[in-house]
Ligand binder design. Structure first.
Ligand code: PXP
Length: 246
């Protein structure tokens, strides 16, 4: 599955992080999502964590009501999240592993060792009309298991690539290339995300199988200096540069 232009999903979790620092209603992540939509984002991603540390339930309800672009609802594979997703029916749910003590989503989902549980879980989401993405490391066994489960797509974790220094970065990039290629060979839609920024996005955009990037922390951070619209436009320029689209 090879497409030219990469879709950009903007993750707005960290607007909520800033809002919650003061416990009030400002800044509003839904307002940020609407600005991102206007600036050309192809989708909005929001992660409703079990501890509600950033996005809250009412944010998800409001996003569903106000967005005209798809909402990618990031969630852990819990009963509570299943109830929310099947009630609200976002365009897609991205299932991620979640640990209470982590700062962010630290590794990919272990699909191989949770196969039976996820199999049943995904069919419940699919029956409600929710398309499912699994957030996994670029590992062939995890990709194969995701395909066998009937996931509609996978999102490959780019965190190890972004964090790697020197020659290790090329090694991690090669893992992403091989993983994306494998997805292409088995006709599984493949996305990428985590930690991407202006410096790291071009090399990943050159990998032809990727159809979507989900980017949050960098975009929200950079928007403090130049505004969200400018940041999204600049990220888009770099994604297109990687794909050699003028
Ligand atoms: N994709 C997934 C599945 C994630 O969990 C996250 C982080 O919430 C992202 C993408 C975005 O990562 P970042 O905020 O580092 O750009």
């Amino acid at each position: 599955m090879i497409t030219n232009k990469i879709r950009l999903g903007v993750n707005i979790d960290h607007v909520a992080t800033v809002r919650n620092a003061r416990g009030g209603i400002y800044p509003d992540p839904v307002k940020a999502a609407l600005i991102a939509q206007k600036a050309g984002a192809d989708g909005i991603t929001a992660h409703l964590r079990e501890d509600r540390r950033h996005i809250k339930d009412h944010d998800i309800e409001k996003l569903m009501a106000e967005l005209t672009i798809p909402l990618n609802f990031e969630m852990a594979a819990t009963e509570e999240m299943l109830k929310i997703a099947t009630r609200l029916k976002p365009a897609s749910s991205c299932i991620v592993p979640e640990k209470r003590e982590e700062l962010t989503t630290e590794g990919g989902l272990d699909v191989v060792n949770n196969f039976n549980y996820l199999n049943e879980y995904i069919s419940k989401l699919n029956s409600a009309g929710v398309s499912v993405s699994l957030f996994i490391d670029p590992d062939v066994e995890q990709i194969k298991a995701s395909k066998e489960l009937g996931a509609d797509k996978v999102e490959l974790h780019t965190g190890s690539y972004v964090d790697a220094k020197g020659s290790c970065r090329e090694v991690e990039l090669e893992r992403l290339r091989a993983g994306a290629k494998f997805c292409g060979n088995i006709d599984l839609e493949v996305h990428a995300g985590h930690g991407l920024n202006y410096e790291t996005v071009i090399a990943v955009a050159k990998i032809p199988e990727f159809t979507e990037f989900n980017i949050g922390h960098f975009l929200i951070g950079e928007s403090i200096f130049v505004g969200l619209e400018r940041t999204i436009l600049d990220m888009r320029i770099l994604m297109d540069k990687g794909r050699e689209i003028n």
